[in-house]
Each structure stands twice: as structure tokens, then as C-alpha cells.
Design a protein around this ligand. Sequence first.
Ligand code: ATP
Length: 757
Amino acid sequence: AMVVRDGQEIIIPSRELVPGDLIVLQAGDTIPADATVLDSVCLSVDESILTGESDSDSKDLRTPKLFTGTAIAAGHAEACVTAIGAKTEFGHIAELTGSIGSKQTHLQKHLSKLASQLGFTALIIAGGISVLGIALGRDLTEMLMTGLSLAVAIVPEGLPAVVTITLALGAAAMVRQNALARRLQAIETLGAASVICTDKTGTLTENKMTATRIWTPDQLFQVTGTGYDPAGHIEADDGKRVRARDDAHLAQILKIAATCTHARLVRGQKDWAMTGSPTEGALLALAFKGWQSRATDGDIISEIPFDSDRKRMSVLSRASEGNEILMKGAPEAILSVSTNIRTADGNQPLGESNHNSIREAYEEMAADGLRVIAFAARKTPEQNITESGMTFLGLVGLIDPPRPEVRDAIKSARSASIRVLMITGDSPVTARAIAAQVGLDADTVVTGKSLDEQDDAGLRELLKSDVILARTRPADKMRVVSTLQAQNQIVAMTGDGVNDAPALKQADIGIAMGIRGTDVAREAADLVLLDDNFATIVGAIGEGRRQFSNIRKFVRYLLSSNAGEIVALVVNIAIGGPLIFLATQILWMNLVTDGVTAVALGLEKGEPDQMEMPPRRKDEPILGVGGVALICLLGLYSGSASYWIFNSLLDSGVDLARTTAFTAMVTFEKISVFAFRSLHLPCWRIGWLSNPLLLVAFVVTMGAQVLAIYWTPLQHLLHTVAIGQNQWLLIAGFALPLLIVPELVKTIQYVASQRAR
Ligand code: ATP
């Protein structure tokens, strides 16, 4: 929340607000506490979160109450906090409301499908075998116990915990890399993204703007200095320094830069700090470089704020010679309401030749990647703003350098077959220039206006190629997302403004900006970029891919372990005799030993080639045919081996036979985990020690099994007895192939694939 404390506007965490605080609210802010409006300009508040009605309510001083959780849709205000936390209207409602439902992610859908399939299988197999046994005349209690053991064996009880732990650890890792997931599954879904729709300013560029050029119909000025530091100066063509008082035309432009703004520059200990929009901050710094003082708040009578749809901002300013409308914005948006142009010969009607020279100057600046802002003004006797009949004054070019890391991030996205589409509110020429600087080659640049002329089929066709969308409005983003989704693409969309919220909600992954994003955009998003940086998105995609691949690894691992138990039990029941495993032993295997190993498997690092693969298909199952085959093969081997051990030791006593079979099954499961570390690369390629936690888990779970068979309390609990050296040798003999064979097969595959390259 922006609050005035000790006469300074500062940003503090909302939870530190107290009643009586003076807060400053801008469009896009979520109101942080119940408050009373003291002063406002064009204030409109979206109270739909409280009222359920989507229309914004225009607030003025007759209805001065603002409620926590509602959002400023437009305008700005100063308000005094009246209630905080649970004492607010929102707090009362929150007490009464439970959690709000949200859309299911692809992972949730896949997992619930898998859960019902497993549940169904468990019912059929466990029920079927019990009924069959009873029908064949076997003991009722024994068959009920067998059915129960089978059901326990089929269901991977540790799975929900392992999935949650993996996602939570992944999300924690991502926060350290500046991507904050608002839902646990967000990053995993991002891993499947096939298109990233990104804005330009601040995401591909630094959003540290500096004015470098000023154009008027008669002069071109250069500006020195960097950042928001007003230490710099304006130079005319002949290299002479100029200030506002030397040139009335320049002075008028600088006055607009200093008046038509909400930015503030404050001298910090080391550097100048800016609050507000970077565009306005850079223009304010420009005004100071030209020795133009800032208007006092009392000079501004009214304002039409900037928004991305209109792409301009106007204020009505009180001056000694009468009121004046001062306006700045995108050149097209200013030209569309201008009828005159100011030149050295005075004001003239804006004709074709003026349009041409303005366009030339504009394109020249934009081709260098500059953001161009146009300025206009008009005297008026009225007390309100009518945006027409303006006098065009000139252009200012702002440099906003591309982020250095973006080029590599785009390359990496490309090699992962992810398309990157730039959707910007900036001009087509600037957009193309910045795209070229970051290595985003595009066939065409299309403007928001020409999108309106395209029907849905045309837009679908257009979005198949690499395009840049420039001068777009927030509503265009929504159309682009839906069109891409209709083409079966998984879309990640960035946004920062209030009007971006619907598109962020609609996208498979809505990404809001942590620094310049509005609260409304952040609340609509699944992921918040704490550094606003495009490269962070690509990093998060890598993390998402790692998470899905690891979920897939441990699901397969857990099920292959269960398959071994089922095979052993089924063979055991078919042949008859005492039960090979007791229900408590199965639970021990599934929950204690498998659970720990699976969590460690979830921490596997991303495979070296994960960003060289295309994104996974939307409907790609967790198991897949290959997965089922692997589960069956390993299950058949470990199940029959344990049964063979059990059967061969029965003569030495059922407890010894059962304990050895139980320990054999646990050992097989532990050894086979190495086969699941990568589904296509051998361990020597990914590094035997690259997941130290897996080795720790291996030692800990084998240690737990040793306790289970030698420590008396656990012996009682699990009905085990101590086993001897011979039994251990037998187990080791059967376990070794589980380590060697998968390594061998993957090595052969790997060598063959390297040769094929
Ligand atoms: P992106 O979507 O890539 O972040 P953007 O920030 O340039 O693009 P908008 O905020 O919609 O998109 O700005 C569109 C245009 O409006 C800019 O190119 C600029 O010419 C103009 N503009 C931006 N900020 C202001 C402002 N504060 N006042 C007046 N005009 C502005």
C-alpha cells in the first residue's frame, strides 16, 4: 500500500496499515483497507468482488466509502483508513465464506483420472480374487485378509503426499529464482506451455527509461544523462545547452512532462528513486534537465488518466493566462485529436506535409527502438477536458534497453519448440526494433486495428506464423489467447494492467508482473514474476518440465513397486499356502520405504536435454504405453523373484520365508529406483551422485528395513524375524540384474541416438 507517513509517500506491506493512515490509490490497486475518500480524480471502483455485479461503480465524495479487496478501476484517490483486517467488510465476509473453487490443472485432471483407474483396478482385482477364493472353498477370513492386502498393494498410498511435497519444494525453489506460483500446480502447467505471449516493456526490456531525443517541427534536441537522475542537459543541433527559459516551444513540452504526470523523483542515498510509471518518471527527469519546475497539485483542476485503451493522458491546468489542456500519449492517439501544429511561425493547421514530417521523425526514433511520446496543448475557457482541437507540439524519444539475458532465454525457448509472441501496446516500428535486438525474428508486425478487421479464421491463420502484435489493446490479448487455445496450444500470457486480468484468467498460465503489475493483474494470475523478467519465465518452464517429468518418474516407480507386490500375491494365492506378505508389511513398503524414495526421486535435477524437447501434448498421460510396459516388466521380475525366494525358504519356517521375501521386495524396490532416475538416459550420463538425496534415501530406507527385521519392537509390529547371511546373498543375487539391465539397455539406446546425430 502506498501511504503518506511523515509527509513522504512510501510503500509498506498492507498488513502494517493502521486506522487513520492516509493512503494513495491508483488505477489497478486493490484497496488494502476500508477507507474514506478524501480527494479523488475520475475515481471508479470495481466492487464486483463484494457485490457480485461486474459494473464499476463511480465513486465521488457523495459516496466516500472504499472497501478492502475491491479495486480501483480508473482514476486515483487519497483516502483515510477507517478499518483494517477482520474489522473490514471483506473480513466479515471472509469469516462467513469457505474457500473459493478454482479451475483444475492438467496435472490434477491426469492424477484424478489415474486415481479412479487405480481405485477401480483395486476393487476388481481385490474383490474378484477374494470372491473366487471363497467360491473355491478357501477360508473366509483368510480370503478377506488377502483381498485387503491386495487392495493395499494396488493403491500407491504415498502418492498424494509425494506429489504435494514435490510441487511445494519446486515452488519454493522457484521463488528463489523470482517466480512466485500462486497455485502449487502453476509451474508444472507452465512446463507444458507451447506459446508464450509476452509484452515488451519491462519484460523484454529493462523498463528503465531515459529521454534521449526531443523533436519539434523546427529543431531536434539531444538529451544527456542516464536513469532518473536529473543530472544531464538538453542540447540543440549546434551543441549548445538549452533550458526551458531559452525556448518557449521546448518549455511547453517540458511543462507537460512535469505537469501531466503522477511520477515522483526522490533523491535516495545513492541514486534517484522513482515512484509511478517509468515513462512518466523519465519525462519528469527530462523536465528537470531542462530546468522546468513541477506544477503544484493545486494547479491541476481535473484529469483524464492514462489507460492502455486510449493511450493518452490529459490534465486541465490552471495558468495565469487562463486554463490549459495539457496532453501526452502515443503519437497516433495525440494526432487523432489534434487540428493544429505549433511551429516557429506560430500555430498552423495540421496539414498533410506536417503529418509526413511527424511520421518521418516518429519512425526514425522508433526504428532505433525508442518509445515515442507525443505532446499537445490547448487553451480553454472551460472547466472540464474536451480532448479535441489540440495543438501538436512535438515528440520525445525514450530509450528502454533490452534486458541482456532475454536473447539467450528466447533462444532456449526456441530450442524447446516454444513459440514466443510479442504483444505490445507500443508502436509497430519500436516493437520490431526491440524484437530484432532480442533475437525475436518475426515475419510480420500486425497492429491491434488490423486485428479488428480479421475474422476468426484469418486470425487463426495469422497466429500460425511468427508475428509481432503492436499497438494492441488489452481486449486483443483475450482474443489471441482464445484463438491459440482453440488450436490446442497451451498458452502462457503476461500482463500487468487492470484490463489484462480477463486474458490472464483465460490463459492456461496467467503471468503477472511483480514490480509493475497491478494488484488486480496479480490476483488474476497463476504465476507472479518478482523481477518482471522474461528470462524468468523460460527458467520456470524448465522447472515445470522437471516437475512433470519427476512426477511421471515417481508415479511409475511407485506403481512398479506395487506391481511387484501384486504379482507375488497373485502367484501366492493361485498356488496356495501361507500368505507371502501381511497387510502391515505392504503398508510399510508403500508408505515408509517407497514414500521416502519417491520424494527423493521428485528432487531429481532437470535432465540435460529437457529444454531441447518439444512441449508435451495436452493429453499426454502420466503413465503412457512405455510406462505401463516398464511397470509390468519390473513388477513381473520382482514379484516372481520374491515369490521364488519365499517358496524356496518355506521349509525353514514361514516367518523366515516371509521376512526374507518381504526384505527382498523392499531391496528390489530400492535398487530399481535407479532405473527411474531418467526415462531415457543412463545414470552415468546424468551422474550417479547428481541427486545426493536419493542416495541418502536409499541408505535410510535400507537402514529402516534392517531395523524392521532386527529390532524387537518393529519385529512385533511387522511380524518379522532376523534373517541370516545366506538369505542376504540370495536377495543380492536377484537384486543385481535390476541395476545392471536397465543401465545396459539405456546405454545402448543412448549410444545409438548419439550415433544417429
Ligand atoms: P507493453 O504491453 O509491451 O508493456 P506498453 O507498456 O508500451 O507495452 P501501454 O502501456 O499500453 O503499452 O502504452 C502504449 C503507448 O501509450 C506507449 O507506446 C506510449 O506511447 C503511450 N504511453 C505509455 N505510458 C504513457 C503515459 N503514462 N502517458 C501517456 N502516454 C503513455
